[in-house]
Design a protein around this ligand. Structure first.
Ligand SMILES: [Zn+2]
Length: 146
């Protein structure tokens, strides 16, 4: 009860940059993050599998590690995929279930933290990476269309 609440003013979207149909578990991502970066926990707060299952990663009350310069007051959400199965190049590989789950989760978090669509961002707005392999403009259209 005495723990101060972390102020959330951004939600940042990511992908794992793995092949579209490759199954990746949250434990695998956690291992990658911990072994490669020396972190103690997975960098994302939520991970969404191809079947639309939402997995909780690092607790939202704790600062994540997913977007340089933007971790302190953000929530990081990552969908599994982001690379075309055949070409291995960046692509919006979200399944319909992933899209639905992502939009539902973002809307829920927006409501909970009093955020507006302009508070939602893609990793690619803050870095040269393709991640999450769609644009923030297209995602905001998705948000308002459902
Ligand atoms: Zn990212």
């Amino acid at each position: 009860m005495s723990q101060p609440q972390r102020i959330i003013n951004e939600i940042i979207l990511h992908c794992t940059a793995t092949l579209a149909t490759q199954p990746v578990t949250i434990d695998q991502i956690k291992r990658w993050h911990c072994q490669d970066n020396g972190w103690l926990d997975i960098g994302y707060h939520y991970v969404i599998s191809q079947d639309g299952t939402i997995h909780e990663g690092r607790h939202v009350s704790k600062q994540g590690a997913h977007c340089k310069g933007h971790n302190q007051n953000s929530i990081g959400i990552c969908y599994i995929g982001g690379l075309d199965d055949f070409t291995g190049t960046p692509a919006d590989t979200r399944t319909p279930m992933q899209k639905k789950a992502l939009i539902g989760l973002v809307k829920e978090l927006m409501q909970k933290h009093g955020l507006r669509p302009e508070h939602i961002h893609c990793h690619n707005e803050f870095s040269n990476r393709a991640c999450p392999c769609f644009t923030i403009a297209s995602f905001r259209r998705e948000l308002s269309s459902i």
